[in-house]
Design a protein around this ligand. Structure first.
Ligand code: FAD
Ligand code: SF4
Length: 587
Protein backbone atom coordinates (compact mmCIF):
# COMPACT_ATOMS: atom_id res chain seq x y z
CA UNK A 1 0.00 0.00 0.00
CA UNK A 2 1.55 3.30 -1.12
CA UNK A 3 1.92 6.09 1.46
CA UNK A 4 0.21 9.27 0.32
CA UNK A 5 2.12 12.57 0.21
CA UNK A 6 0.78 16.15 0.17
CA UNK A 7 -0.44 17.24 -3.27
CA UNK A 8 1.66 19.44 -5.60
CA UNK A 9 0.64 21.62 -8.52
CA UNK A 10 2.83 19.73 -10.97
CA UNK A 11 4.45 16.29 -10.91
CA UNK A 12 7.20 15.74 -13.48
CA UNK A 13 8.36 12.22 -14.34
CA UNK A 14 12.09 12.28 -15.23
CA UNK A 15 14.61 15.12 -14.81
CA UNK A 16 16.49 15.11 -18.12
CA UNK A 17 16.38 17.82 -20.79
CA UNK A 18 12.61 18.14 -21.03
CA UNK A 19 11.96 17.65 -17.30
CA UNK A 20 14.38 20.46 -16.47
CA UNK A 21 12.87 22.81 -19.08
CA UNK A 22 9.29 22.21 -17.94
CA UNK A 23 10.23 22.54 -14.27
CA UNK A 24 12.03 25.83 -14.88
CA UNK A 25 9.16 27.25 -16.91
CA UNK A 26 6.42 26.19 -14.50
CA UNK A 27 8.22 27.21 -11.31
CA UNK A 28 8.81 30.55 -13.02
CA UNK A 29 5.02 30.71 -13.48
CA UNK A 30 4.70 30.34 -9.69
CA UNK A 31 3.67 26.68 -9.55
CA UNK A 32 4.84 24.24 -6.93
CA UNK A 33 6.73 21.52 -8.86
CA UNK A 34 8.23 18.18 -7.89
CA UNK A 35 10.35 16.19 -10.37
CA UNK A 36 10.73 12.49 -9.67
CA UNK A 37 13.85 10.94 -11.24
CA UNK A 38 14.70 7.22 -11.21
CA UNK A 39 18.47 7.74 -11.29
CA UNK A 40 20.94 9.53 -9.00
CA UNK A 41 21.67 13.23 -8.52
CA UNK A 42 24.48 14.41 -10.81
CA UNK A 43 26.33 17.71 -11.07
CA UNK A 44 29.44 18.79 -12.93
CA UNK A 45 31.84 19.39 -10.06
CA UNK A 46 31.26 16.02 -8.39
CA UNK A 47 29.95 13.74 -11.10
CA UNK A 48 32.06 14.77 -14.12
CA UNK A 49 35.12 16.06 -12.34
CA UNK A 50 38.05 16.76 -14.65
CA UNK A 51 40.13 14.27 -12.65
CA UNK A 52 38.07 11.33 -13.89
CA UNK A 53 35.56 12.61 -16.48
CA UNK A 54 37.72 11.41 -19.43
CA UNK A 55 37.81 7.75 -18.32
CA UNK A 56 37.05 5.88 -21.54
CA UNK A 57 36.85 2.45 -19.94
CA UNK A 58 34.41 3.61 -17.27
CA UNK A 59 32.12 5.78 -19.36
CA UNK A 60 32.38 4.76 -23.03
CA UNK A 61 32.97 1.02 -22.61
CA UNK A 62 31.30 0.19 -19.29
CA UNK A 63 28.62 2.85 -19.84
CA UNK A 64 28.71 4.12 -16.27
CA UNK A 65 26.26 7.00 -16.80
CA UNK A 66 23.64 4.99 -18.67
CA UNK A 67 20.59 2.94 -17.76
CA UNK A 68 21.50 -0.63 -16.70
CA UNK A 69 19.43 -3.43 -18.25
CA UNK A 70 19.14 -4.99 -14.76
CA UNK A 71 17.35 -1.80 -13.73
CA UNK A 72 15.07 -1.66 -16.74
CA UNK A 73 15.17 -3.01 -20.27
CA UNK A 74 12.90 -3.88 -23.16
CA UNK A 75 12.34 -6.84 -25.43
CA UNK A 76 13.02 -6.67 -29.13
CA UNK A 77 12.01 -8.40 -32.36
CA UNK A 78 12.16 -7.42 -36.04
CA UNK A 79 8.62 -8.38 -36.97
CA UNK A 80 5.34 -9.82 -35.75
CA UNK A 81 6.26 -13.40 -36.61
CA UNK A 82 9.20 -13.43 -34.18
CA UNK A 83 9.28 -13.86 -30.40
CA UNK A 84 10.80 -10.79 -28.76
CA UNK A 85 13.68 -11.39 -26.35
CA UNK A 86 15.01 -9.07 -23.62
CA UNK A 87 17.94 -6.78 -24.41
CA UNK A 88 20.54 -7.77 -21.80
CA UNK A 89 23.19 -5.29 -22.91
CA UNK A 90 22.18 -1.99 -24.52
CA UNK A 91 23.92 -1.51 -27.88
CA UNK A 92 22.06 0.17 -30.75
CA UNK A 93 20.77 2.90 -28.43
CA UNK A 94 21.80 3.93 -24.91
CA UNK A 95 19.04 5.38 -22.71
CA UNK A 96 20.08 7.83 -20.02
CA UNK A 97 19.53 7.54 -16.30
CA UNK A 98 19.90 10.07 -13.51
CA UNK A 99 19.54 13.83 -13.29
CA UNK A 100 20.25 15.36 -16.71
CA UNK A 101 19.13 12.17 -18.50
CA UNK A 102 20.71 11.57 -21.88
CA UNK A 103 21.33 15.34 -21.95
CA UNK A 104 24.47 14.62 -19.89
CA UNK A 105 26.21 12.32 -22.35
CA UNK A 106 24.82 13.48 -25.68
CA UNK A 107 27.08 14.86 -28.43
CA UNK A 108 25.36 18.20 -28.81
CA UNK A 109 24.56 18.15 -32.54
CA UNK A 110 21.63 20.52 -32.41
CA UNK A 111 19.23 20.74 -35.34
CA UNK A 112 15.95 22.33 -36.26
CA UNK A 113 13.77 20.04 -38.36
CA UNK A 114 12.91 21.40 -41.79
CA UNK A 115 9.54 23.19 -42.32
CA UNK A 116 8.38 20.40 -44.66
CA UNK A 117 9.15 17.75 -42.01
CA UNK A 118 6.25 19.08 -39.90
CA UNK A 119 3.69 18.63 -42.68
CA UNK A 120 5.30 15.66 -44.32
CA UNK A 121 2.29 13.76 -45.65
CA UNK A 122 0.63 16.92 -46.98
CA UNK A 123 3.85 18.18 -48.54
CA UNK A 124 4.78 14.92 -50.29
CA UNK A 125 1.22 14.42 -51.52
CA UNK A 126 1.16 17.92 -52.97
CA UNK A 127 4.53 17.50 -54.71
CA UNK A 128 4.49 13.86 -55.87
CA UNK A 129 0.94 12.54 -55.34
CA UNK A 130 -0.28 10.09 -52.69
CA UNK A 131 1.15 7.08 -54.53
CA UNK A 132 4.71 8.20 -53.73
CA UNK A 133 4.03 7.55 -50.04
CA UNK A 134 2.82 3.98 -50.62
CA UNK A 135 2.14 2.05 -47.42
CA UNK A 136 4.23 4.29 -45.17
CA UNK A 137 2.16 5.62 -42.25
CA UNK A 138 3.84 9.04 -42.18
CA UNK A 139 1.69 11.97 -41.13
CA UNK A 140 1.67 15.68 -40.31
CA UNK A 141 2.63 16.84 -36.80
CA UNK A 142 -0.31 19.18 -36.24
CA UNK A 143 2.13 22.01 -35.53
CA UNK A 144 4.06 24.07 -38.07
CA UNK A 145 7.66 25.24 -38.25
CA UNK A 146 6.48 28.85 -38.10
CA UNK A 147 4.61 28.20 -34.86
CA UNK A 148 7.69 26.54 -33.35
CA UNK A 149 10.28 29.05 -34.60
CA UNK A 150 10.34 31.30 -31.48
CA UNK A 151 10.75 28.18 -29.35
CA UNK A 152 13.63 26.82 -31.44
CA UNK A 153 15.22 30.20 -30.89
CA UNK A 154 14.58 30.00 -27.14
CA UNK A 155 16.16 26.55 -26.81
CA UNK A 156 19.20 27.60 -28.86
CA UNK A 157 19.72 30.61 -26.59
CA UNK A 158 19.27 28.60 -23.39
CA UNK A 159 21.67 25.92 -24.67
CA UNK A 160 24.22 28.37 -26.18
CA UNK A 161 24.35 26.80 -29.63
CA UNK A 162 27.33 27.57 -31.89
CA UNK A 163 26.60 27.86 -35.59
CA UNK A 164 26.04 30.04 -38.63
CA UNK A 165 22.55 30.97 -39.83
CA UNK A 166 21.81 30.02 -43.43
CA UNK A 167 18.39 31.68 -43.65
CA UNK A 168 17.68 34.83 -41.67
CA UNK A 169 14.03 35.89 -42.04
CA UNK A 170 14.00 34.44 -45.57
CA UNK A 171 17.35 35.91 -46.72
CA UNK A 172 19.93 33.20 -47.54
CA UNK A 173 23.19 33.78 -45.68
CA UNK A 174 26.66 32.98 -46.98
CA UNK A 175 28.35 30.20 -44.98
CA UNK A 176 25.21 28.78 -43.36
CA UNK A 177 22.78 26.05 -44.39
CA UNK A 178 20.84 27.44 -47.38
CA UNK A 179 18.19 24.71 -46.98
CA UNK A 180 17.16 25.51 -43.41
CA UNK A 181 13.84 27.12 -42.49
CA UNK A 182 13.79 30.89 -41.90
CA UNK A 183 15.28 31.87 -38.56
CA UNK A 184 14.37 34.97 -36.57
CA UNK A 185 17.93 35.37 -35.28
CA UNK A 186 21.54 34.22 -35.63
CA UNK A 187 22.88 31.44 -33.41
CA UNK A 188 23.93 32.80 -30.03
CA UNK A 189 27.57 31.74 -30.62
CA UNK A 190 29.72 31.65 -33.78
CA UNK A 191 30.74 28.25 -35.22
CA UNK A 192 33.49 26.23 -33.57
CA UNK A 193 37.05 26.26 -34.92
CA UNK A 194 37.33 23.60 -37.63
CA UNK A 195 39.80 20.77 -37.48
CA UNK A 196 41.43 19.32 -40.59
CA UNK A 197 39.05 16.48 -41.53
CA UNK A 198 35.84 18.61 -41.63
CA UNK A 199 37.75 21.34 -43.48
CA UNK A 200 38.76 18.81 -46.14
CA UNK A 201 35.18 17.48 -46.27
CA UNK A 202 33.79 20.99 -46.82
CA UNK A 203 36.25 21.69 -49.64
CA UNK A 204 35.42 18.37 -51.30
CA UNK A 205 31.65 18.83 -50.88
CA UNK A 206 31.90 22.28 -52.46
CA UNK A 207 33.99 20.92 -55.33
CA UNK A 208 31.19 18.49 -56.28
CA UNK A 209 28.52 21.20 -56.07
CA UNK A 210 27.10 20.74 -52.57
CA UNK A 211 26.60 23.38 -49.84
CA UNK A 212 28.55 22.56 -46.65
CA UNK A 213 28.24 24.55 -43.43
CA UNK A 214 29.37 24.20 -39.80
CA UNK A 215 27.30 21.60 -37.90
CA UNK A 216 25.16 23.41 -35.26
CA UNK A 217 26.84 22.53 -31.99
CA UNK A 218 25.97 22.57 -28.30
CA UNK A 219 29.73 22.51 -27.56
CA UNK A 220 30.36 26.18 -26.82
CA UNK A 221 32.72 27.93 -29.25
CA UNK A 222 33.29 30.74 -26.72
CA UNK A 223 32.35 31.77 -23.19
CA UNK A 224 28.61 32.37 -23.01
CA UNK A 225 25.94 33.53 -20.56
CA UNK A 226 22.43 32.29 -21.31
CA UNK A 227 19.13 34.13 -20.67
CA UNK A 228 18.88 32.46 -17.23
CA UNK A 229 22.26 34.03 -16.32
CA UNK A 230 24.10 30.68 -16.45
CA UNK A 231 27.58 30.57 -17.93
CA UNK A 232 29.37 28.12 -20.24
CA UNK A 233 33.13 27.91 -20.68
CA UNK A 234 34.68 27.60 -24.15
CA UNK A 235 35.09 24.01 -25.34
CA UNK A 236 38.65 22.66 -25.08
CA UNK A 237 38.12 20.15 -27.93
CA UNK A 238 39.01 17.37 -25.50
CA UNK A 239 37.14 14.67 -27.45
CA UNK A 240 35.49 13.10 -24.37
CA UNK A 241 32.00 14.29 -25.20
CA UNK A 242 29.66 11.56 -26.50
CA UNK A 243 29.00 9.12 -23.61
CA UNK A 244 30.71 11.48 -21.10
CA UNK A 245 29.66 14.37 -18.90
CA UNK A 246 31.59 17.56 -19.76
CA UNK A 247 33.96 18.62 -16.97
CA UNK A 248 34.40 22.05 -18.50
CA UNK A 249 30.83 23.47 -18.44
CA UNK A 250 31.12 23.65 -22.24
CA UNK A 251 28.54 21.14 -23.46
CA UNK A 252 24.93 22.24 -23.04
CA UNK A 253 23.11 20.06 -20.53
CA UNK A 254 20.41 20.46 -17.90
CA UNK A 255 23.24 20.66 -15.33
CA UNK A 256 24.97 23.59 -17.02
CA UNK A 257 22.11 25.48 -18.65
CA UNK A 258 19.03 25.09 -16.41
CA UNK A 259 19.45 23.31 -13.06
CA UNK A 260 21.61 25.86 -11.16
CA UNK A 261 18.70 28.33 -11.42
CA UNK A 262 15.99 25.75 -10.85
CA UNK A 263 17.55 24.20 -7.75
CA UNK A 264 17.54 27.58 -5.98
CA UNK A 265 13.79 28.01 -6.36
CA UNK A 266 11.84 27.27 -3.17
CA UNK A 267 8.88 26.00 -5.21
CA UNK A 268 10.95 23.21 -6.78
CA UNK A 269 11.99 19.83 -5.43
CA UNK A 270 13.98 17.09 -7.18
CA UNK A 271 13.34 13.64 -5.75
CA UNK A 272 16.06 11.33 -7.05
CA UNK A 273 16.44 7.53 -7.07
CA UNK A 274 12.68 7.24 -7.16
CA UNK A 275 11.13 5.35 -10.05
CA UNK A 276 7.60 6.21 -11.14
CA UNK A 277 5.57 3.03 -11.61
CA UNK A 278 2.46 4.57 -13.12
CA UNK A 279 0.31 7.65 -13.52
CA UNK A 280 -2.81 7.28 -11.38
CA UNK A 281 -6.23 8.08 -12.83
CA UNK A 282 -9.60 8.87 -11.30
CA UNK A 283 -12.39 6.29 -11.42
CA UNK A 284 -13.58 7.50 -14.83
CA UNK A 285 -10.04 7.33 -16.25
CA UNK A 286 -10.37 10.89 -17.52
CA UNK A 287 -8.18 12.74 -15.06
CA UNK A 288 -4.73 12.03 -13.60
CA UNK A 289 -4.62 12.24 -9.82
CA UNK A 290 -0.82 11.94 -9.53
CA UNK A 291 1.77 9.18 -9.71
CA UNK A 292 2.91 6.17 -7.71
CA UNK A 293 6.64 5.72 -7.31
CA UNK A 294 9.03 3.45 -5.44
CA UNK A 295 12.15 4.62 -3.59
CA UNK A 296 15.47 2.77 -3.16
CA UNK A 297 14.28 0.97 -0.05
CA UNK A 298 11.42 -0.49 -2.05
CA UNK A 299 8.79 1.64 -0.35
CA UNK A 300 5.89 2.84 -2.50
CA UNK A 301 4.64 6.43 -2.37
CA UNK A 302 1.69 8.17 -3.92
CA UNK A 303 2.43 11.70 -5.07
CA UNK A 304 -0.82 13.48 -5.90
CA UNK A 305 -0.71 16.42 -8.33
CA UNK A 306 -2.96 18.61 -10.47
CA UNK A 307 -0.84 18.30 -13.59
CA UNK A 308 1.37 15.33 -14.57
CA UNK A 309 4.11 15.86 -17.15
CA UNK A 310 5.82 12.79 -18.52
CA UNK A 311 9.46 13.57 -19.39
CA UNK A 312 10.86 10.04 -19.15
CA UNK A 313 12.54 9.87 -22.64
CA UNK A 314 10.64 8.76 -25.70
CA UNK A 315 10.64 4.97 -25.16
CA UNK A 316 9.79 5.20 -21.46
CA UNK A 317 7.07 7.79 -22.06
CA UNK A 318 5.28 5.27 -24.27
CA UNK A 319 5.63 2.51 -21.71
CA UNK A 320 4.37 4.81 -18.95
CA UNK A 321 1.21 5.55 -20.94
CA UNK A 322 0.67 1.84 -21.67
CA UNK A 323 1.18 0.87 -18.02
CA UNK A 324 -1.14 3.64 -16.85
CA UNK A 325 -3.96 2.91 -19.29
CA UNK A 326 -3.83 6.36 -20.91
CA UNK A 327 -4.94 6.19 -24.56
CA UNK A 328 -5.87 3.12 -26.57
CA UNK A 329 -2.94 0.76 -27.25
CA UNK A 330 -2.09 0.31 -30.92
CA UNK A 331 -2.85 -3.01 -32.58
CA UNK A 332 -1.01 -3.56 -35.89
CA UNK A 333 -3.42 -6.36 -36.84
CA UNK A 334 -6.44 -4.05 -36.92
CA UNK A 335 -4.50 -0.79 -37.36
CA UNK A 336 -6.57 0.62 -34.49
CA UNK A 337 -5.42 2.35 -31.33
CA UNK A 338 -2.67 4.92 -31.01
CA UNK A 339 -0.29 4.34 -28.08
CA UNK A 340 2.83 2.62 -29.44
CA UNK A 341 1.96 3.44 -33.06
CA UNK A 342 4.47 5.02 -35.48
CA UNK A 343 7.72 4.13 -33.74
CA UNK A 344 10.72 5.04 -35.88
CA UNK A 345 14.45 5.45 -35.58
CA UNK A 346 17.30 6.77 -37.77
CA UNK A 347 18.70 5.28 -41.00
CA UNK A 348 22.44 5.87 -40.91
CA UNK A 349 25.28 4.85 -43.20
CA UNK A 350 28.95 5.77 -43.49
CA UNK A 351 31.95 5.96 -45.78
CA UNK A 352 35.40 5.41 -44.28
CA UNK A 353 38.55 6.74 -45.93
CA UNK A 354 42.21 5.77 -45.53
CA UNK A 355 44.87 8.24 -46.68
CA UNK A 356 48.64 7.92 -47.21
CA UNK A 357 49.58 11.57 -47.19
CA UNK A 358 47.47 13.23 -44.47
CA UNK A 359 47.54 13.59 -40.66
CA UNK A 360 44.27 14.33 -38.90
CA UNK A 361 45.09 14.31 -35.15
CA UNK A 362 41.62 12.87 -34.37
CA UNK A 363 42.04 13.40 -30.61
CA UNK A 364 41.37 17.13 -31.15
CA UNK A 365 37.60 16.83 -31.35
CA UNK A 366 34.20 17.50 -29.81
CA UNK A 367 30.84 15.75 -29.97
CA UNK A 368 29.33 18.17 -32.47
CA UNK A 369 32.39 19.69 -34.16
CA UNK A 370 32.20 19.29 -37.90
CA UNK A 371 30.68 20.18 -41.22
CA UNK A 372 27.40 19.07 -42.77
CA UNK A 373 25.61 19.36 -46.10
CA UNK A 374 21.83 19.17 -46.47
CA UNK A 375 21.59 18.86 -50.28
CA UNK A 376 20.04 15.37 -50.01
CA UNK A 377 18.16 15.75 -46.74
CA UNK A 378 14.36 15.64 -46.46
CA UNK A 379 12.77 16.88 -49.66
CA UNK A 380 15.60 19.28 -50.58
CA UNK A 381 15.96 17.44 -53.92
CA UNK A 382 13.58 16.12 -56.53
CA UNK A 383 12.49 12.57 -55.65
CA UNK A 384 10.57 11.99 -58.90
CA UNK A 385 11.51 8.56 -60.26
CA UNK A 386 13.87 7.73 -57.39
CA UNK A 387 11.59 5.10 -55.80
CA UNK A 388 11.75 6.46 -52.27
CA UNK A 389 10.86 9.47 -50.14
CA UNK A 390 13.00 10.98 -47.39
CA UNK A 391 16.65 11.88 -47.28
CA UNK A 392 19.77 12.23 -45.18
CA UNK A 393 22.12 14.88 -43.93
CA UNK A 394 25.75 14.31 -44.95
CA UNK A 395 28.03 14.89 -42.00
CA UNK A 396 31.71 14.94 -41.17
CA UNK A 397 31.78 15.06 -37.37
CA UNK A 398 34.83 13.13 -36.18
CA UNK A 399 33.89 13.15 -32.50
CA UNK A 400 37.04 11.70 -30.94
CA UNK A 401 40.30 9.81 -31.20
CA UNK A 402 40.03 7.98 -27.91
CA UNK A 403 42.59 5.24 -27.30
CA UNK A 404 40.38 2.19 -26.70
CA UNK A 405 37.62 2.46 -29.28
CA UNK A 406 39.17 4.57 -32.05
CA UNK A 407 41.04 1.92 -34.02
CA UNK A 408 40.23 2.36 -37.71
CA UNK A 409 41.80 -0.40 -39.79
CA UNK A 410 41.18 -1.40 -43.42
CA UNK A 411 38.86 -4.37 -44.06
CA UNK A 412 40.69 -7.68 -44.00
CA UNK A 413 42.98 -6.67 -41.13
CA UNK A 414 43.14 -9.42 -38.44
CA UNK A 415 41.38 -8.53 -35.16
CA UNK A 416 44.52 -8.96 -33.05
CA UNK A 417 48.27 -9.56 -33.19
CA UNK A 418 51.15 -7.79 -34.93
CA UNK A 419 49.29 -7.23 -38.23
CA UNK A 420 46.46 -5.47 -36.35
CA UNK A 421 48.95 -3.38 -34.35
CA UNK A 422 50.77 -2.34 -37.53
CA UNK A 423 47.51 -1.38 -39.29
CA UNK A 424 46.33 0.54 -36.20
CA UNK A 425 49.57 2.49 -36.10
CA UNK A 426 49.35 3.31 -39.80
CA UNK A 427 45.67 4.29 -39.81
CA UNK A 428 44.99 6.00 -36.46
CA UNK A 429 46.14 9.40 -37.64
CA UNK A 430 45.29 9.10 -41.32
CA UNK A 431 41.74 7.73 -41.53
CA UNK A 432 38.29 9.14 -40.85
CA UNK A 433 34.65 8.46 -41.61
CA UNK A 434 31.83 10.57 -42.96
CA UNK A 435 28.21 9.67 -42.32
CA UNK A 436 24.73 10.07 -43.69
CA UNK A 437 22.06 10.47 -41.02
CA UNK A 438 18.80 9.58 -42.67
CA UNK A 439 15.11 9.92 -42.10
CA UNK A 440 13.19 6.96 -40.67
CA UNK A 441 9.65 6.67 -41.92
CA UNK A 442 6.90 4.74 -40.23
CA UNK A 443 5.05 1.63 -41.29
CA UNK A 444 2.27 -0.45 -39.85
CA UNK A 445 4.39 -3.23 -38.28
CA UNK A 446 6.86 -0.98 -36.41
CA UNK A 447 5.50 -0.24 -32.94
CA UNK A 448 5.80 -0.51 -29.15
CA UNK A 449 3.55 -2.54 -26.86
CA UNK A 450 3.81 -4.40 -23.56
CA UNK A 451 5.58 -7.75 -23.66
CA UNK A 452 3.27 -10.71 -22.91
CA UNK A 453 6.05 -12.72 -21.20
CA UNK A 454 8.87 -10.71 -19.66
CA UNK A 455 8.51 -8.53 -16.56
CA UNK A 456 10.72 -5.99 -14.76
CA UNK A 457 11.89 -6.15 -11.13
CA UNK A 458 8.58 -4.63 -9.99
CA UNK A 459 6.54 -7.24 -11.87
CA UNK A 460 5.43 -4.82 -14.61
CA UNK A 461 5.50 -6.03 -18.24
CA UNK A 462 8.59 -4.90 -20.13
CA UNK A 463 7.98 -2.81 -23.19
CA UNK A 464 8.28 -4.74 -26.47
CA UNK A 465 9.83 -3.05 -29.50
CA UNK A 466 9.04 -4.39 -32.98
CA UNK A 467 11.12 -2.69 -35.66
CA UNK A 468 12.82 -3.17 -39.00
CA UNK A 469 13.94 -0.66 -41.62
CA UNK A 470 11.22 -0.11 -44.26
CA UNK A 471 12.37 -0.90 -47.84
CA UNK A 472 11.79 2.79 -48.61
CA UNK A 473 14.45 3.76 -46.07
CA UNK A 474 16.96 1.18 -47.27
CA UNK A 475 16.65 2.61 -50.81
CA UNK A 476 16.94 6.18 -49.47
CA UNK A 477 20.02 5.35 -47.43
CA UNK A 478 21.75 3.58 -50.32
CA UNK A 479 21.18 6.69 -52.47
CA UNK A 480 22.54 8.96 -49.72
CA UNK A 481 25.57 6.72 -49.22
CA UNK A 482 26.40 6.97 -52.94
CA UNK A 483 26.26 10.78 -52.68
CA UNK A 484 28.53 10.60 -49.64
CA UNK A 485 30.97 8.50 -51.65
CA UNK A 486 31.19 11.24 -54.30
CA UNK A 487 32.49 13.59 -51.58
CA UNK A 488 34.87 10.91 -50.34
CA UNK A 489 36.28 10.37 -53.86
CA UNK A 490 36.87 14.11 -54.23
CA UNK A 491 39.21 13.90 -51.22
CA UNK A 492 41.30 11.35 -53.12
CA UNK A 493 42.01 8.81 -50.36
CA UNK A 494 43.95 5.57 -50.90
CA UNK A 495 40.96 3.44 -49.97
CA UNK A 496 37.23 4.03 -49.57
CA UNK A 497 34.99 1.66 -47.59
CA UNK A 498 31.23 2.21 -47.90
CA UNK A 499 29.04 0.85 -45.09
CA UNK A 500 25.42 0.86 -46.27
CA UNK A 501 22.39 0.29 -44.05
CA UNK A 502 21.01 -3.20 -44.40
CA UNK A 503 17.91 -4.97 -43.20
CA UNK A 504 17.29 -6.58 -40.76
CA UNK A 505 17.92 -3.91 -38.16
CA UNK A 506 19.95 -5.23 -35.24
CA UNK A 507 20.04 -3.90 -31.68
CA UNK A 508 23.70 -4.88 -31.20
CA UNK A 509 26.04 -2.16 -32.63
CA UNK A 510 25.55 1.45 -31.55
CA UNK A 511 23.65 3.48 -34.15
CA UNK A 512 21.96 6.35 -32.34
CA UNK A 513 19.74 7.08 -29.35
CA UNK A 514 17.23 8.72 -31.64
CA UNK A 515 14.23 6.56 -30.80
CA UNK A 516 11.12 8.45 -31.78
CA UNK A 517 7.35 8.03 -31.94
CA UNK A 518 4.90 5.84 -30.07
CA UNK A 519 3.04 8.73 -28.42
CA UNK A 520 2.73 10.94 -31.46
CA UNK A 521 1.25 14.41 -31.76
CA UNK A 522 -1.26 15.33 -34.45
CA UNK A 523 -4.58 16.87 -35.34
CA UNK A 524 -6.66 13.67 -35.23
CA UNK A 525 -7.14 11.59 -32.05
CA UNK A 526 -7.61 8.49 -34.25
CA UNK A 527 -3.97 8.69 -35.37
CA UNK A 528 -2.31 10.56 -32.50
CA UNK A 529 -1.95 10.31 -28.72
CA UNK A 530 -1.31 14.02 -28.15
CA UNK A 531 -2.73 17.21 -29.56
CA UNK A 532 -0.50 19.94 -31.00
CA UNK A 533 0.44 21.12 -27.48
CA UNK A 534 1.66 17.64 -26.44
CA UNK A 535 -1.42 17.24 -24.26
CA UNK A 536 -3.07 13.83 -24.00
CA UNK A 537 -6.35 13.70 -25.93
CA UNK A 538 -7.74 11.27 -23.35
CA UNK A 539 -6.47 12.68 -20.06
CA UNK A 540 -6.05 16.45 -20.49
CA UNK A 541 -4.06 17.03 -17.29
CA UNK A 542 -1.28 14.80 -18.69
CA UNK A 543 1.32 16.27 -21.08
CA UNK A 544 4.03 14.12 -22.67
CA UNK A 545 7.36 15.70 -23.72
CA UNK A 546 10.13 14.37 -25.92
CA UNK A 547 10.65 12.64 -29.25
CA UNK A 548 7.89 10.11 -28.55
CA UNK A 549 5.70 12.85 -30.07
CA UNK A 550 7.37 12.63 -33.52
CA UNK A 551 5.05 11.00 -36.07
CA UNK A 552 8.20 9.86 -37.96
CA UNK A 553 11.84 10.86 -37.92
CA UNK A 554 13.73 13.25 -40.17
CA UNK A 555 17.41 13.18 -41.19
CA UNK A 556 18.50 15.09 -38.10
CA UNK A 557 19.35 14.51 -34.44
CA UNK A 558 16.17 15.09 -32.43
CA UNK A 559 17.02 17.26 -29.44
CA UNK A 560 16.82 20.75 -30.98
CA UNK A 561 13.21 19.96 -31.88
CA UNK A 562 12.61 18.21 -28.52
CA UNK A 563 13.73 21.43 -26.80
CA UNK A 564 11.57 23.63 -29.04
CA UNK A 565 8.50 21.46 -28.42
CA UNK A 566 9.14 21.56 -24.65
CA UNK A 567 9.18 25.38 -24.68
CA UNK A 568 6.14 25.43 -26.99
CA UNK A 569 4.17 23.15 -24.63
CA UNK A 570 5.31 25.09 -21.55
CA UNK A 571 4.12 28.31 -23.18
CA UNK A 572 0.71 26.75 -23.92
CA UNK A 573 0.40 25.55 -20.31
CA UNK A 574 1.35 28.98 -18.97
CA UNK A 575 -0.78 31.08 -21.27
CA UNK A 576 -3.79 28.81 -21.92
CA UNK A 577 -4.05 25.74 -19.69
CA UNK A 578 -3.55 27.45 -16.32
CA UNK A 579 -6.29 29.95 -17.10
CA UNK A 580 -8.71 27.26 -18.16
CA UNK A 581 -7.54 23.74 -17.26
CA UNK A 582 -8.95 21.29 -19.80
CA UNK A 583 -8.40 20.23 -23.41
CA UNK A 584 -6.52 22.91 -25.38
CA UNK A 585 -7.84 21.45 -28.63
CA UNK A 586 -11.32 19.98 -29.00
CA UNK A 587 -11.23 16.44 -30.42
C1 FAD B 1 25.25 8.84 -26.54
C2 FAD B 1 24.16 9.78 -26.95
C3 FAD B 1 24.44 10.80 -27.87
C4 FAD B 1 23.42 11.67 -28.27
N1 FAD B 1 23.74 12.71 -29.10
C5 FAD B 1 22.77 13.56 -29.52
C6 FAD B 1 23.09 14.65 -30.38
O1 FAD B 1 24.24 14.88 -30.73
N2 FAD B 1 22.07 15.45 -30.79
C7 FAD B 1 20.78 15.24 -30.42
O2 FAD B 1 19.90 15.98 -30.88
N3 FAD B 1 20.46 14.24 -29.57
C8 FAD B 1 21.43 13.40 -29.11
N4 FAD B 1 21.11 12.39 -28.23
C9 FAD B 1 19.71 12.28 -27.77
C10 FAD B 1 19.40 13.22 -26.61
O3 FAD B 1 20.22 12.95 -25.53
C11 FAD B 1 17.93 13.08 -26.23
O4 FAD B 1 17.14 13.44 -27.36
C12 FAD B 1 17.49 13.97 -25.08
O5 FAD B 1 18.27 13.80 -23.94
C13 FAD B 1 16.02 13.66 -24.78
O6 FAD B 1 15.54 14.43 -23.71
P1 FAD B 1 14.37 13.84 -22.79
O7 FAD B 1 14.09 14.84 -21.76
O8 FAD B 1 13.27 13.37 -23.67
O9 FAD B 1 15.02 12.51 -22.14
P2 FAD B 1 16.28 12.39 -21.17
O10 FAD B 1 17.15 13.58 -21.29
O11 FAD B 1 16.91 11.07 -21.40
O12 FAD B 1 15.61 12.39 -19.72
C14 FAD B 1 14.69 11.38 -19.32
C15 FAD B 1 14.84 11.16 -17.82
O13 FAD B 1 13.71 10.43 -17.33
C16 FAD B 1 14.15 9.51 -16.34
N5 FAD B 1 13.13 8.46 -16.22
C17 FAD B 1 12.76 7.55 -17.15
N6 FAD B 1 11.77 6.76 -16.67
C18 FAD B 1 11.51 7.18 -15.41
C19 FAD B 1 10.59 6.75 -14.40
N7 FAD B 1 9.77 5.73 -14.60
N8 FAD B 1 10.61 7.38 -13.21
C20 FAD B 1 11.45 8.43 -12.97
N9 FAD B 1 12.34 8.88 -13.90
C21 FAD B 1 12.37 8.26 -15.10
C22 FAD B 1 15.48 9.03 -16.88
O14 FAD B 1 16.29 8.46 -15.88
C23 FAD B 1 16.07 10.32 -17.46
O15 FAD B 1 16.84 11.01 -16.52
C24 FAD B 1 22.10 11.51 -27.78
C25 FAD B 1 21.82 10.49 -26.86
C26 FAD B 1 22.84 9.63 -26.44
C27 FAD B 1 22.53 8.57 -25.44
S1 SF4 C 1 34.82 18.32 -26.28
FE1 SF4 C 1 34.26 20.29 -25.38
S2 SF4 C 1 32.07 20.13 -24.88
FE2 SF4 C 1 32.86 18.04 -25.24
S3 SF4 C 1 33.43 17.26 -23.21
FE3 SF4 C 1 35.30 18.20 -24.11
S4 SF4 C 1 35.28 20.36 -23.39
FE4 SF4 C 1 33.22 19.51 -23.05
Amino acid sequence: MARKLPSRDVVIIGLGWTGAILAEELTDAGLDVVAIERGPWRDTAESFNVGYAPDELRYAVRLDLFLRPAQDTLTFRNNLSQTALPIRQFGSFLPGDGVGGAGVHWNGQNWRYHPTDFRLRSHLTERYGASAIGDLTIQDWGVTYDELEPFFDRFEKIAGISGKAGNLKGAIQQGGNPFEGPRSDEYPLPPMQMTYAPTLFAEAARSVGYHPFPTPSANASAAYTNPLGLTMGPCTYCGFCERFGCANYSKASPQVNVLPVLMRRPNFEARTECEVLKINLDAAGKRATGVTYVDTSGEEWEQPGDLVICCAFSLFNVRMLLLSGIGKPYDPATNEGVVGRNYSYQTNSSVQMFFDDKTFNPFIAAGALGQSADDFNGDNFDHAGLGFVGGAGMNCVPTNGRPIQTRPVPPGTPNWGSAWKKATKESYNSAFSITSQGSSYTMRGNYIDLDPTYKDRFGRPLMRLTFDFPDNDIRMSSFANDKLATIAKAMNPRQIVANKTRSPYTVVPYQSTHNVGGAVMGADPKTSVLNKYLQSWDVPNVFVMGASAYPQNAGYNPTGTVGALAYWAAHAIRTQYLKNPGPLVQA
